[in-house]
Write a protein that binds this ligand. Sequence first.
Ligand SMILES: Cc1cc2nc3c(=O)[nH]c(=O)nc-3n(C[C@H](O)[C@H](O)[C@H](O)COP(=O)(O)OP(=O)(O)OC[C@H]3O[C@@H](n4cnc5c(N)ncnc54)[C@H](O)[C@@H]3O)c2cc1C
Length: 395
Amino acid sequence: MNLDLPPQHAGFRDSVREIAQGVALPLAAEVDRDHRFPEEAVKAAAEAGLMGVLIPREYGGAGLDALAFMLCIDELARACASTSVIVDVHTSVGSEPILLFGSDEQKKRWLPRMASGELLGAFALTEPAAGSDAASLQTSARRNGDGYVLNGTKVFITNIGHAGLYIVFARTGPGERAAGVSAFIVPADSPGVKVGQVFKKMGLNGSPTGELVLEDVAVPTANRLGGEGEGFRVAMRALDSGRIGISGQALGIGQAAVDEATALMKRRAKEQVASPHPADSLREWADLPTWWGGQGEEFWLADMSTRTESARMLAYHAAWLCSAGRPFTREASMAKLHCTDTTMQVALDALQLAGEEGALTGSPFERHVRDAKALQIYEGSNQVQRVVIARDILR
Ligand SMILES: Cc1cc2nc3c(=O)[nH]c(=O)nc-3n(C[C@H](O)[C@H](O)[C@H](O)COP(=O)(O)OP(=O)(O)OC[C@H]3O[C@@H](n4cnc5c(N)ncnc54)[C@H](O)[C@@H]3O)c2cc1C
């Protein structure tokens, strides 16, 4: 069994790392502090072809697989979590539904502009009274001649205001709950499409999240994705691969926390030459052997790193299954659940290890903690992942 990354994937990961560390990382603290869209990093990602990682070459994309997509998001998140979620939502739930469910005409019309980054994608499912229970959504799509008229408000929409195109889920028919939902491609410049409140969040501050208001928006039938009543299936399939991206995001943030903790411990080890570590005086006082001391911190680092590596294996497995065209819903949910829970704990442990330095506003340690939290909530909260996994096991 070979668990090495295939050479093509390793090379791709290294090239993304260069952009992420060179362009996104230097901006990370500033976009977090100022709540500003990381324009330069997203532009660099587009120029490197990262906005079209999953889009086939015939539509101007890179034509790579789910594993490459996950590695890309992992590397971006390690540098700047806000940049990673912008690219992630665009690449997976914001454009993959067109790839998976679009007609030839829709693919030709939209995908090349999405692959180049000219059009940023977004996914509009959640409503004020329809979060985990997405099937209860109320946005309506009323038939009108050769098209529909959409009305409703979506909330917590990533890439709000910057997206050129929204994948919108609305109720078309009398069908109950999921059966009455259809999916639509809605260009952001359609009359009646408005940006409502833009939310201030605790983390991922460079990634805009807010309300999408639809007021009598005319959408031609040519912009419906899949058949009438198939929208919920579109959403669930998009979220399956979306969860591979979120796993990558979690791995990146977790690795960044481990990196910071490692640098901190090395720095402290050097400083110790000047002032002894508290463990040294305790050792002398308690007459403990010379090998004792400071291991609490080293063990902590070892545990953080081990947990991150174990989560990585689960994420690679889910991505590999998806790339191989095999069923991967359960594994993607397991990866999302485990990677995001692991990263939340790793980020908290890194901050604890840093002590007062970690608790300062603007320290990377506290940023990683704030950024990690949303990952346990979006693209299906971690409680919902448990429902998905348990149902699949019991089926
Ligand atoms: C930063 C951010 C970005 C987002 N981006 C997008 C986006 O681009 N597009 C989009 O459509 N949505 C987006 N969302 C919305 C996100 O998908 C929802 O927040 C998520 O689905 C949870 O819904 P909710 O917040 O309404 O929680 P609720 O459904 O109200 O749940 C509240 C709590 O109850 C728990 N819970 C719910 N049901 C169960 C159950 N059956 N068993 C046990 N516990 C349960 C949940 O886990 C949660 O902890 C985003 C959210 C955030 C925070």
